[in-house]
Every structure is written in structure tokens, then in C-alpha cells.
Design a protein. Structure first.
Ligand SMILES: NC(=O)c1ccc[n+]([C@@H]2O[C@H](COP(=O)([O-])OP(=O)(O)OC[C@H]3O[C@@H](n4cnc5c(N)ncnc54)[C@H](OP(=O)(O)O)[C@@H]3O)[C@@H](O)[C@H]2O)c1
Length: 308
């Protein structure tokens, strides 16, 4: 099979198109023919050797988001059979930038007919992060007000729509050129993060979903309601001292695969209540360029590799 493989960590040039044998599924595993593989900032960090949550075995195929078709199902198949269209999020020890990969049934869900393959291949990491940040860690409820920092990115554009669908009021920060688009996704109020101070614009907030960190996170404590909700960050641990001072909670989250959430998200997309914005689509062979764009470009929504 063709795969994008890296033999060392480093810049985008370590991503090489190679021929290698397809992986062999073990008992209880599925062989997936990959049709689309989403590209996420975590892929860039793994490629750079900056992601230390797990030990990368080299040479490695990377990529966590996947959409494709089950070709082989071994042993207990977890409700999947050859020919099923599926999508999901792989653990770190395997990669989706390849024509075939192995998945465990818990990592994937059935792709409903109303969800395209490229869209499905862009859901995994970003949509699960948005979902878990808002509803699991953030415990966002109907009628509450959420502030989403980084609303125009892969995670943010899902978060705006999920919060809106669940009846929350959405305040969102983004670059000026993205404000109109973020509003069209469903944000009630949009704030230009370079030219406005969000603290002066938001009013009382129940939850801050922080996809940016740094001083943006530091400045976010003051917007929370008194004895109010948390700051949930995908990047850095919010200060415990500030949390105490503001009688609030700070959470640093790590996304986890969850089949039920994948199903629910796919249903929303199939029903056209949520849309996946594909910022750029690259062929598998151009994974290197996809990483360059993610690192340097200013894109709306997701980058995805079309694999076959
Ligand atoms: N912990 C986890 O499990 C987990 C899971 C998923 C993602 N993450 C992390 O979460 C972050 C967001 O992920 P993503 O996929 O959404 O990234 P992304 O697609 O690169 O989006 C980031 C967005 O943030 C915007 N931005 C940058 N600085 C900002 C600021 N000061 N205020 C408001 N917006 C700002 C960017 O706008 P411009 O393009 O205009 O600069 C861009 O639209 C990444 O760092 C990623 O590694 C962590």
C-alpha cells in the first residue's frame, strides 16, 4: 500500500510517500481501507517530536482522523462487517495517512449516508474535542453563555455549532476576516481578537472554551460569572491560584474516542444541523503540503487528505 511514513521527527519534509505492506488486523480488530484522513495540529506536534504524551515508534505512519470502508473484520466485530462505511479517531500507535489501517471497533462508528467521506474524515479529533470540551468537561446547559476562543479553527467551528444546537448563547473570538463566517455558523456575538478586548465585550459567561491558551486564557477569568463555570482548555492547565481567586474551575482536557458521541455528531451533520467546513483538500501524496498549510496558513475549518 501507499503510506506517508516518517523515519525521524522534524519539519514537513520528514513526511515521505512510501510503499509498505498493509497492516494485518489482530483478533477483534478491523482492516479499514482509508478514503479520507483529517489533518490536525496534533499530527504536526507528533511529526515535530513535541507531543510527549506517548512514545512514538519510528518509522511511523501518523494521522488520527479516518473515514473509509471495513475490508476485514476479525473475531468479535463490534457490529461492523466488511463493506461498512465507517469513520472515527485512531489511537496514537497507528496512523490514517495510508491506504489501509487497523482499527478497533471502539475507535469507529458507522458513517450515515448523509455524511460525505471527506466530511467524515474530518470529524474525529476536532469534533470530539469540541463536544467533550463543551458538554463533558464544561457541562454546558441550554440557556447558558459560552465564550469560544479560536472559533474559526477545526475545533472551534464545530464548537460554535454544537453549542448553538444545544441552545446555548455563543460568544466567539476569531480574526476579523473570519467574523462574518463564524456568525453564519451560529455565533450570537463575534469578537475580533486582534482589535477588541474580549473582556470588555462579553458580559457574564458560564463557560470559556479555550483553544488558544497564553494570555488569552489568563485574561479569561474575569469574564466568568461569579462562582461560575470553568475555563476548559485544550492546551494548557489553567492556573489553580486564579481558579481559587475567582471561585471557578480550570480544566485541561485531552480528547478521548467515544463511539456514542461520534454517532450523535454524525446524526447532526446528516440532518444538516451542523456542517463540516473543509478549508483545503489534498491528495495523500501531498501530506507534506497539508502540514505546511496547517502550520503557516490561516484556514477556516478543516484540512483533509483524500486517500483513495
Ligand atoms: N487536548 C486535546 O485533546 C486537543 C484536541 C484538539 C485540539 N487541541 C489543540 O487545540 C488547539 C486548536 O485546535 P484546532 O484544530 O481548532 O486548531 P486550528 O484549526 O489551527 O485553529 C486555531 C484557530 O485559532 C485562531 N486563533 C489564533 N490565535 C487566536 C486568539 N488569540 N484568539 C482567538 N482565536 C485565535 C486561529 O486564527 P488564525 O488562523 O486567524 O490565526 C485559528 O482559526 C490546537 O493547538 C490543538 O493542538 C488539543
Amino acid at each position: 500500500m501507499k503510506a506517508i511514513r516518517m523515519h525521524r521527527t522534524g519539519g514537513p519534509s520528514v513526511l515521505r510517500l512510501e510503499e509498505m505492506p498493509p497492516p494485518v488486523p489482530g483478533r477483534g480488530e478491523l482492516l479499514i481501507e482509508v478514503h479520507a484522513a483529517g489533518v490536525n495540529p496534533v499530527d504536526v506536534k507528533i511529526r515535530q517530536g513535541k507531543f510527549t504524551m506517548f512514545k512514538l515508534e519510528l518509522p511511523a505512519v501518523i494521522g488520527r482522523d479516518i473515514a473509509g470502508v471495513v475490508r476485514v473484520a476479525m473475531g468479535r466485530k463490534g457490529g461492523f462487517k466488511p463493506g461498512d462505511a465507517v469513520f472515527g479517531m485512531l489511537d496514537y500507535d497507528r496512523g490514517a495517512y495510508a491506504e489501509y489501517t487497523v482499527a478497533s471497533p471502539r475507535e469507529i462508528a458507522h458513517r450515515p449516508p448523509g455524511v460525505g467521506e471527506l466530511e467524515a474524515g474530518s470529524i474525529g479529533v476536532a469534533a470530539l474535542t469540541a463536544w467533550q470540551g463543551l458538554f463533558v468537561h464544561g457541562r454546558l446547559k441550554r440557556g447558558q453563555r459560552v465564550l469560544i476562543h479560536g472559533a474559526a479553527g477545526g475545533v472551534g467551528h464545530f464548537a460554535v455549532q454544537f453549542a448553538r444546537v444545544r441552545g446555548a448563547t455563543v460568544v466567539a473570538t476569531a480574526s476579523r476576516r473570519d467574523l462574518r463566517w463564524v456568525k453564519a455558523l451560529g455565533a450570537d456575538q463575534v469578537i475580533d481578537f486582534k482589535n477588541q478586548r474580549f473582556e470588555e465585550e462579553t458580559g457574564d459567561i458560564d463557560l470559556v472554551l479555550d483553544l488558544v491558551a497564553g494570555e488569552t486564557q489568563d485574561r479569561s477569568w474575569t469574564v466568568l460569572k461569579k462562582r461560575g463555570g470553568p475555563i476548559v482548555s485544550t492546551l494548557t492547565e489553567p492556573s489553580k491560584a486564579e481558579a481559587r481567586k475567582h471561585h471557578a474551575r480550570g480544566v485541561r482536557m485531552m480528547v478521548k474516542v467515544h463511539q456514542g458521541q461520534l454517532d450523535e455528531i454524525a446524526r447532526l451533520i446528516a440532518a444538516r444541523k451542523v456542517r463540516v467546513t473543509l478549508g483545503r483538500v489534498f491528495p495523500l501524496a501531498k501530506a507534506r503540503q497539508a502540514h505546511e498549510v496547517l502550520e503557516n496558513g490561516h484556514l477556516r475549518g478543516k484540512i483533509v487528505l483524500r486517500v483513495s
